[in-house]
Design a protein around this ligand. Structure first.
Ligand code: AMP
Ligand code: MG
Length: 447
């Protein structure tokens, strides 16, 4: 991590912005990969997708009706319809070359290619719908109900720009332009580890002194919601000798690692901090925020792993690949750095830290800067307090249609029940210690 960017004396707080800036400066985007359009939804485009051909490709009908020449129906009206012989019928998908003789009509369907000589399409509703002859009750101008080639997009026009997170409308236009595969950033792989001797698997019985692990499930879900492939690993006990191997074991399949617990200021029990501080590539800091003050971020390198097993496995795969029996394992090069967040253990701290720091980092892995939470203003329905010098993220219930937000009671960082009721975080700036009912506050909308 860019530890030189912002110098902090021990005990000194670093701002939320400075910490986030360091994180974003450390992360390198994942290499683009070509994916089938069917798999591209939600991923970030790594190329400009342009129209290779005009859209639409050919002049066609916008309505079910009759292709005509304008002159032939110039006198048509409700009282005096014009009757024309119907000489052919063209449906969408017909590729035949039709041509419209003067003084005739051709029955035509929506999306069908216009017969040569067509000047307008008369909608079915203006006619008697005849099949041998048609009575037309209104006149039409040149180009009526006609979709011209290139009327949607010109050849070469950029339809979806690099850096766009692909939503259904983008998928539509890329498919309509005929592209079956696109260059995108791969879906980041996130591995989540929770640490703590007190942790038990939800579903297992516990006795006082133990708690069920909620963080790893929450973070895995949050990472999936942020568009990642996320994997939860088993609980790691508070043993410094187990922490580093547990992390290193996962590096081959992680583009980002997230741990929780073991990073407070409590000394020997803070095993994550104790184990990772030695690497020298992870900064442990106090960030001027609440909850979420103790933060760790940096990188771990695969080469730090002394474990012989993955190496042996890789050499076997290498040999098989040489013989053409398997394709080469896409294991990352030994010196490649994997970014890692070591989040605090309190569930609300871990949750807020993920939303404020890890989400933008997941965006950066995809060269995408739109991953931050939506921020809006809302009127407070009650007063609130906040410590000086720290930015508070208070759980609240946002009533979006009314533009109001209610701060919840029970803002302790262990109070996960309050988290379960919240749909927003009220931001109280560092220099504000209290806010009154009716004041306008910045609010992060929770995904
Ligand atoms: P730590 O950061 O390890 O000092 O933990 C701070 C607080 O968070 C303690 O009360 C822990 O019991 C709690 N905690 C740590 N990890 C988890 C977890 N995975 N799920 C729920 N609570 C946790
Ligand atoms: Mg702990």
């Amino acid at each position: 991590m860019n530890q030189g960017r912002v110098a902090t004396a021990p005990g000194e707080l670093i701002s939320v912005e400075a910490h986030l800036a360091d994180i974003l400066a450390t992360i390198r985007p994942l290499a683009p990969t070509e994916l089938s359009l069917a798999d591209a939804h939600g991923l970030v485009l790594a190329e400009d997708v342009a129209a290779s051909y005009p859209l639409p490709l050919f002049d066609n009908s916008a309505m079910d009706g009759y292709a005509v020449r304008v002159e032939d129906i110039a006198s048509a009206s409700e009282e005096n319809p014009v009757t024309l012989p119907v000489v052919a019928e063209v449906a969408a998908g017909d590729t035949g070359a039709y041509s419209l003789p003067e003084g005739t009509a051709i029955r035509i369907m929506t999306g069908a290619m216009l017969p040569y000589g067509t000047e307008a399409v008369v909608p079915l509703e203006w006619t008697d719908g005849g099949s041998a002859r048609v009575a037309i009750r209104g006149k039409a101008d040149y180009g009526h109900s006609v979709r011209l080639a290139g009327g949607d997009a010109k050849a070469g026009e950029v339809l979806v720009s690099e850096g766009t997170q692909l939503r259904p409308m983008h998928i539509a236009v890329i498919a309509a332009a005929g592209r079956g595969a696109v260059l995108v950033r791969p879906r980041p792989r996130v591995v989540v580890l929770s640490t703590g001797n007190e942790l038990a698997e939800p579903g297992a019985p516990i006795i006082p002194g133990r708690i069920w692990d909620s963080n790893s499930f929450m973070l895995t879900a949050a990472a999936r919601e942020a568009g990642c492939n996320a994997y939860r690993q088993a609980i790691v006990p508070d043993n410094p000798d187990e922490v580093l191997p547990a992390i290193e074991d996962q590096l081959v399949r992680a583009d980002l690692m997230i741990t929780t617990g073991g990073v407070s200021m409590g000394g020997e029990h803070d095993v994550v901090k104790a184990a990772l501080q030695r690497l020298g590539t992870i900064a442990f800091r106090k960030v001027a925020m609440q909850p979420g003050m103790p933060q760790g971020f940096g990188t771990v390198a695969l080469s730090a792993a002394p474990d012989p097993e993955p190496t042996a496995r890789r050499s076997i795969i290498g040999r098989l690949a040489n013989r053409g029996e398997v394709t080469e394992d896409p294991a990352r090069p030994a010196d490649e750095q994997v970014p890692i967040f070591t989040l605090p253990g309190n569930p609300v701290s871990a949750y807020v830290s993920f939303q404020v720091f890890a989400r933008p980092a997941i965006g950066a892995l995809q060269a995408y800067d739109g991953m931050g939470l939506e921020k809006i203003s809302a009127e407070l329905t009650g007063p609130l307090r906040s410590p000086p010098g720290r930015r508070s993220f208070l759980r609240g219930v946002l009533d979006r249609p009314r533009g109001r937000v209610t701060p919840l009671t029970g803002q302790g960082s262990h109070q996960v029940a309050t988290l379960g009721k919240a749909n927003a975080l009220v931001i109280v700036p560092e220099w504000v210690v209290q806010m009154a009912e009716g004041e306008s506050a910045d609010v992060l909308v929770l995904p």
